[in-house]
Structures are given as C-alpha cells and as structure tokens.
Design a protein around this ligand. Structure first.
Ligand SMILES: [Zn+2]
Length: 111
C-alpha cells in the first residue's frame, strides 16, 4: 500500500496548496479594492495593479490529470505554488505597496 500512501499525501498537499492559493487571491482582491494604483513596481516604477501570473500551461495540466493522476497533482502543485504577482507594464515580479517607505521613495523619484 506504499503507492496509496504517496497518493494520499499528494492529495493532502494539493488541498493545502488550493487553500493557500485561495488566500492569496483574496489578499489580491483586498488590495484591488483600495483604489487605483495601490502598488508600485520596483523594476520600472509603474504604479498600478499587479497581474497574477501562473507558470506552465492549463493544457498540459488537463492532459496530465486525464492520463496520469499523480504527475497531474504534482504539476498542479507546482503551478499553484509558483504563482506570482507581476508588473502590468514590464512583467517583472516584485510590486510593493505605495504606502511602504520604498514605495513612497520610488514615487517621489518618479515625480
Ligand atoms: Zn514594472
């Protein structure tokens, strides 16, 4: 029953990753409600909303789930855990809140 055990743990991990990702999504929704341009990009100084980027492809994910469940779970886990918020202008990750000391500095340099 060793295989079942691994499978069981992968399912548990997958559920945790789903909860984690839902929490992140909720956090992003709260940020977006703060009004326009609450985040600033550390790479190019653009003020705006970060875009959530997911690595990999949904097509591969579906194929893996249909053919082989375990790699499907692993692939889904990888996609969920490597999600990141990117700048809408330069696509670089690492946008910071406007209210933060570094955010204020970036905006004052821009003006
Ligand atoms: Zn940028």
């Amino acid at each position: 029953m060793a295989d079942f055990s691994i499978f069981h743990w992968l399912i548990v991990l997958f559920i945790f990753a789903l909860i984690f990702s839902a929490g992140k999504g909720l956090e992003a929704a709260v940020f977006r409600r703060k009004g326009p341009g609450s985040m600033v990009c550390t790479a190019c100084g653009t003020r705006g909303f970060p875009q959530t980027k997911t690595r990999g492809s949904l097509g591969i994910e579906i194929v893996l789930w249909l053919c082989l469940v375990v790699p499907g779970i692993i692939y889904s886990l990888w996609r969920l855990t490597t999600r990141y918020d990117a700048c809408p202008a330069c696509q670089q990750p690492g946008m910071i809140p406007v209210e933060s000391p570094r955010g204020k500095k970036l905006l004052s340099e821009d003006a």
